[in-house]
Design a protein around this ligand. Structure first.
Ligand SMILES: [Zn+2]
Ligand SMILES: [Zn+2]
Length: 135
């Protein structure tokens, strides 16, 4: 089973852990760092980190979600797709991923870009293969 340390090593930027950090994690452009809520469970830290590392990689490779103009929904779509592809390789996280999908869709009113991005992710073939029609 993959560990948090292994994922940390794959990060292109520095990771900072802060207790009770909301909302769970953040990739900060201005100082090129990732901040993660240290109070999360190990599984949830792994998920949040994979999501934020995808943002950092998008920025690093000048992905169209950042350039020429920042598009929040496309950025979140890429990040959740990154998590989906991670779960495809590490099937033991399938149930946790399903819970995360439900959580994001349920708070959609407050987190419009995330919910919109997740709605697109659950339409992907990879998602269907992984979780069928489960939401
Ligand atoms: Zn991107
Ligand atoms: Zn994000």
């Amino acid at each position: 089973m993959i560990t948090l340390e292994e994922i940390e090593l794959s990060s292109p930027v520095e990771i900072i852990y802060v207790d009770n950090f909301k909302p769970y994690g953040e990739y900060r452009l201005y100082n090129n760092t990732i901040t993660i809520d240290n109070s999360l469970s190990e599984n949830h830290k792994i998920f949040t980190l994979v999501h934020e590392i995808t943002h950092a990689n998008c920025h690093k490779k000048e992905c169209h979600c950042f350039y020429p103009t920042f598009n929040k929904t496309i950025c979140e779509y890429h990040a959740y797709k990154g998590v989906l592809l991670f779960v495809k390789k590490h099937l033991e996280f399938r149930e946790t991923f399903l819970q995360e999908v439900q959580r994001v869709l349920n708070i959609g009113m407050l987190w419009e870009n995330h919910a919109e991005a997740m709605t697109q992710v659950i339409k992907l073939l990879e998602y269907k293969e992984l979780l069928g029609d489960k939401l």
